[in-house]
Ligand binder design. Sequence first.
Ligand code: LLP
Length: 420
Amino acid sequence: MDHFDYRYGQMFCEDVPLETIASEIGTPVYVYSTATLVRHARAIISALAMLDDPLVAFAVKANPNPAVLATLAGEGLGADIVSIGEYRRARAAGIAPSKILFSGVGKGATEMAEALSGDVLQFNLESIEEARTLSQVASSVGGTARIAFRLNPDVDAGTHAKITTGNADNKFGIPANQAMEAFRAARELPGLEVTGVTVHIGSQLTSLAPLESAFVRLGELIAGLRSDGFNLKIADLGGGLGVPYGPGQPEPPSPDAYGQMVARVTKGWNMRLAFEPGRLISGNAGVLLARVVRVKPGESRPWVIVDAAMNDLMRPALYDAYHHIEAVRPSGDRTVANVVGPVCESGDTFAMAREMDRLKEGDLLVFRTAGAYGAAMSNGYNSRELTPEILVNGDNWALVRRRIDLAEASAMPLPGWLSA
Ligand code: LLP
């Protein structure tokens, strides 16, 4: 459930008409709902309430906006980070290091040093080579890094190939048959304390079965490690639970069903469980609000050209992702149209042959479920500006990222030989 609803014939975010935001800030613009963020955070916390002291760490990559992170920090969430930039944002948002998990396949030594001096809860490592680097870093700064290794369980997550991470041929994690060796080697390295295990098999999962298979394999690894004398404390089960993207799209399992499956599979592990949901929390808490530039007749159906493009919301171009499109003022006059942006690539297509309200030049529309991996992945292709972001809270709203021109003179200085 979200807080983007129609009142008096037009779409509101909570108590704010989207038309107000469009006229004051311009379009395209991302709009997030505080009430939806909070609702989703509470839904996953309550679905896991039967566990002993679970840690819910928001996957910052899904939506790193400082205001979004501060809202989630206020609900007690921690952070799953994959770069020192994400670490700094999480800390600035008020998230304690004791709630931060450092994931990612290619952490650099300077990133490790900064996160270690901040005393993050656990480094989720992906290779023994990475453990060696962290050990050197820990020795040089005189600290101890708590570490887990990520298992690659070789299960098919049943999601898009580009967001699948737990197959044997993905770059992530360590295969089951090499995991024990990695843990034993890390045990001998100075400056490291082996505290946990982790697994994450992919994103936008719409079935619990692959997650359950991965957790069962993680349980087998835990049993093996325990009999080898490891004192394990934290099992980080990653993120990945899908969200509904709209009519005709696969319905994901509920957070409650996920929580029940986790409780059943992890019974007897006697470990603190950690979770890294991203999309589940912020996906349906955001829309991309855009305006129709013009409608161009097509061979079989019209091209609705909007002022948002693939640089603002990459998911359709990258993953053929479906984003539900709705008119801000629906007329009820339904038609079938192609919706595209102004960027000079055929891939700049949001929807082909989409059944939707008939739109004309100047009309506003929204792309739904854009609060995760939307603004986070936006870029300045075609010398377009980075889309601004708005956070709504009841009848209050604020600009939480201004429109950014990446070609600002200070950001792109001319070398001496080119400046006059
Ligand atoms: N933990 C780890 C280690 C991850 O790599 C990810 C996502 C998450 C947690 C959060 O996953 P979530 O709960 O959001 O599914 N750009 C793609 C999604 C990439 C996900 C990358 N890793 C998209 O737009 O669909």
